[in-house]
Design a protein around this ligand. Sequence first.
Ligand SMILES: Cc1cc2nc3c(=O)[nH]c(=O)nc-3n(C[C@H](O)[C@H](O)[C@H](O)COP(=O)(O)O)c2cc1C
Length: 342
Amino acid sequence: MMKKVVSVLVLVSCFSTAVFAQEYDQLVMEASNNLLASDYQVALELYQQAFQTEGGNTFDLYNAACAAALCENSDLAFIYLEIAVNSNLIEKQWLEKDDDLVNLHSDSRWYTLLAAMDSRVDSLLASLPEDHPEGPVVVLPQPRLSSDVSVEEAMQNRRSIRCYEDSPLTIVEVSQLLWSAYGVNYPVENAPDFLRGGLRTAPSAGALYPLELYLVARNVTDLDPGIYWYKSETHELVRIAGEDCWEEFSNAGFDQLHFETAAAAIVYSGIFERCTEKYGDRGRERYVCMDLGHSAENVYLQAYALNIGTCAIGAFSDPALKQVIRMTRTEVPLYIMPLGKV
Ligand SMILES: Cc1cc2nc3c(=O)[nH]c(=O)nc-3n(C[C@H](O)[C@H](O)[C@H](O)COP(=O)(O)O)c2cc1C
């Protein structure tokens, strides 16, 4: 499983590349090819050589652990795994489901490792807030309600874009994108609590609105870099963290190409309980992600109309993303949508 995730990322990265520390990358690429071709011993030796030139990134260490486990070299496999899981980018389910690691299951160190992963996630969750923050607040400009770009033109030309111009977005553009995602377009006075202000730009099963949105600002005029919670009922941003967290954010998204040039990103999460209380499993298995799709498509179309590129990203580490965004405990991270001028 991990190898599949990583090969998708490698494939995406190939489009960008001018880059990569040549010797390490060459060795790791050959190692990965050998691993896929079931030449485990050769793969392991190549990984070892690569780690002598550089420390080794999380996913390469993980794959090296797979090679070592397949060679029945448990000691080395555990050394690599322990370093890899320290990054918080590897999830326990991946290890449990990975057939390459089956040889480790009978070793007592396997259970120690899994238990340590559990307790790391528990303490991470315990460090997260229970509620969204109160302030400081940035009042966003009101959205515009007309455009020179038709909905048809936006649907025809919309594309997932992964490289962006090196220029800032404006707070007006960011405001427009957030509004298109989840802004209130039909305020309801004295609305019941679950409506949180009224009906929105995206439909929602039972009008329960299970999504939460965050903005990670990196290069936005008139907005300090940092992490903000989008308070959709009042169309405001509430500042969560001010320090430069882009690198940590990029790591949580497996350093996919988008993070190199994006000026900002919208991060989606879901509070499933808002839906499951009424709809049970149907809420969990269908409605929350259906709601997400509606909202994210709005962002795609609005971004096109603003000459801004975006891409839905579903591949990231849940705990690492929750931690960097400082999501509340019950939220499940769902999408990252990087944003940048095309
Ligand atoms: C649920 C979902 C998850 C996705 N995850 C990623 C991702 O992690 N990285 C990425 O570059 N693109 C991701 N995409 C974008 C797809 O690769 C893209 O939509 C697809 O290649 C079709 O291209 P288009 O959107 O330009 O039509 C994802 C799309 C969806 C719907």
